[in-house]
Design a protein around this ligand. Structure first.
Ligand code: BEZ
Length: 192
């Protein structure tokens, strides 16, 4: 199968959402602060074995095909924990999100741990190295430089990074990668 930038049709075939009576979606990126979908319940939560990284390119939201921005995805990291927000949603929400996040993100099943210690199966969107928009690792300085100069239809890439850092802080969580990039962006001020 040839690789495509549009993962929305692949996502439709990955999980039969009719098998679920309730579906929890775990958000670790813009879903934490940009909630443009209906939900039944929203709770701070975490997932184990994953870490946020600004390694995914964005040519459709926070950059352009000529100047892709950088947005977060998750990388495998056995000892790590990623704090985010879990949303109890109805299956139709995934139609909307599959389209919104069509730029390389695929749905995966994960165990979501809530603050009361309870765990539930849920879904996350991950963009791995097998998608064409993937940019991969770089230093936090270089990543911040790229973010500083990019913008796309959804707005400046720096706005995305700063809002994400704020949202993580509001969850009383620490993310050294995101906070390091935020610190550079704050030092440099407004985007070009
Ligand atoms: C998230 O917040 O979980 C997310 C947002 C955009 C793409 C993938 C995941």
């Amino acid at each position: 199968m040839s690789m495509s930038l549009d993962t929305s049709s692949t996502n439709k075939t990955r999980h039969n959402l009719n098998d679920y009576d309730e579906i929890w979606l775990f958000g670790y990126g813009s879903l934490i602060y940009k909630v443009d979908f209906p939900y039944v319940e929203k709770l701070p939560a975490s997932i184990e074995g994953w870490e946020r990284r600004f390694w995914q390119g964005s040519h459709d939201h926070r950059g352009t095909p000529d100047r892709p921005g950088r947005v977060v995805t998750l990388i495998d990291s056995p000892d790590a924990m990623c704090v985010g927000m879990a949303f109890k949603v109805t299956p139709d929400v995934f139609e909307h999100l599959d389209h919104r996040e069509k730029n390389g993100y695929l749905r995966h099943e994960v165990m979501i741990r809530f603050e009361n210690g309870e765990s539930k199966k849920g879904l996350i969107y991950i963009a791995d190295e097998n998608n064409e928009a993937y940019l991969g690792a770089d230093t936090e300085l270089n990543i911040a430089k790229q973010i500083h100069k990019c913008m796309g239809p959804s707005g400046p890439n720096a706005e995305y990074a700063l809002e994400l850092a704020q949202a993580i802080r509001a969850l009383n969580a620490i993310d050294t990668h995101v906070f390091a990039i935020e610190a550079y962006l704050k030092q440099w001020g407004d985007t070009e």
